[in-house]
Design a protein around this ligand. Structure first.
Ligand code: SAM
Ligand code: SF4
Length: 350
């Protein structure tokens, strides 16, 4: 195979002479890609300490995919058998006119699930529109129920706004609302039982996430702040009875049910339990870089494709098909080493 030429530094160009012709997205390891996470902006109204540096420099607007380009790429994916799309960011709900994108994607034939992940701050004004656009399930990030701790973790966030956002989502009637909490030692590890109680009380699921080493955040030493899913589970077992379940949402989380309340509790554990063998997803950054793995830099420049061949759906689909040839076997996260992945989670689309 000829080496793939580069367009932007670190990016692979359209590998359009490669021999991938199938109508579904299957990689070299036989994994079937049916799920795409799309980051629609790297901007955010929060500055969470695990996600961003305090003085983040954001991508210039001209480098962002337009809403039209995002919709076309989403369409190409659904024509290649993708059935689930998550709109994320940065904070997806701070992107201007993003509801239009939700509506456009919500109407794509073949799409079974349109979902989103948000910090919740904009939900009081947008929850209803999201539901009407076709979003069925929503993940809301909430790391602390203490306003001061919440402010320290998000640097600028207002807990009350997020709590109001959660209530607005409940009122809007989503099929499922899940709380996502990143747990850091000595920041919020003592709140895991309270967070489960809060989620149970409102009929929501909750997932706990181990921090991943993406980007140079400056705030803390990630190895020191590491708090494993096993530690969280042990902590929860002091208060609740956790019943393991084989339920899956097709993602990396391992699930338990709380016997006392029926609440589903997930654990996303990239360090303690590698989840790569069953990976069914790829990610599109807000600049149009198709990332084949969260923890590696293998990528294809889809912005180049849509801008070089406007309206040419076949070129776009072929570039996506070909990308399957470079989807790596798995990530290689190492908390002891300097960050190898310099891209931040807000650019990546968590
Ligand atoms: N702004 C939205 C939010 O916070 O939900 C969506 C984007 S955010 C990048 C998506 C998810 O990634 C959030 O649940 C967040 O807590 C998580 N996240 C961000 N940085 C992370 C990191 N370094 N390790 C693990 N999870 C991270
Ligand atoms: Fe913003 Fe979400 Fe990153 Fe927090 S985790 S800074 S809310 S993008």
């Amino acid at each position: 195979m000829n080496p793939v030429p580069e367009t932007r530094p670190g990016l692979l160009a359209v590998p359009d002479k490669m021999p991938y012709t199938q109508s579904m997205l299957i990689d070299r390891f036989g994994r079937h890609v049916t799920y795409v996470r799309i980051s629609v902006t790297d901007r955010c109204d929060f500055r969470c300490v695990y996600c961003m540096a305090e003085d983040m420099v954001f991508v210039p607007r001209a480098q962002l995919l337009t809403l039209e380009e995002l919709a076309i790429i989403a369409q190409a994916f659904t024509e290649l058998g993708v059935t689930k799309i998550r709109i994320t960011g940065g904070e997806p709900l701070v992107r201007r006119n993003v509801i239009k994108l939700f509506r456009d994607i919500g109407q794509l034939s073949g799409l079974i699930e349109l979902v989103t992940t948000t910090n919740g701050s904009q939900l009081p004004r947008m929850a209803r529109d999201l539901k009407d656009a076709g979003v069925r399930r929503i993940n809301i990030s909430l790391d602390s129920l203490d306003p001061d701790k919440f402010r320290r973790i998000t640097r600028v966030g207002d807990l009350n706004k997020v709590l109001a956002g959660i209530d607005a989502a409940i009122d809007a009637g989503f099929e499922l609302i899940k709380i996502n909490a990143v747990v850091l030692k000595n920041r919020n590890h003592d709140e895991v039982a309270d967070l489960v109680r809060f989620a149970s009380g409102k009929g929501m699921d909750i997932s706990f996430i181990e921090e991943m080493p993406l980007g140079v955040i400056g705030d803390h030493d990630r190895a020191e702040a590491y708090y494993s899913s096993d530690q969280i589970r042990t902590e929860l077992e002091k208060t609740f009875t956790l019943i393991p379940t084989t339920e899956s949402t097709g993602g990396p989380a391992r699930y338990y049910r709380i016997q006392e309340t029926g609440t589903r509790v997930g654990f996303i554990s990239p360090h303690s339990h590698n989840f790569c063998e069953s990976c069914n997803r790829v990610r599109l950054t807000c600049e149009g870089r198709l990332l084949l793995c969260l923890g590696q830099e293998h990528s294809v420049d889809l912005r180049h494709v849509v801008r070089a061949h406007p309206g040419n759906m076949e070129k776009l689909k072929q570039a996506i098909r070909n990308s399957m040839m470079i989807k790596p076997k798995g990530h290689d996260f190492n908390l002891q080493a300097k960050p190898v992945i310099l891209r931040y989670m807000n650019v990546t689309g968590g």
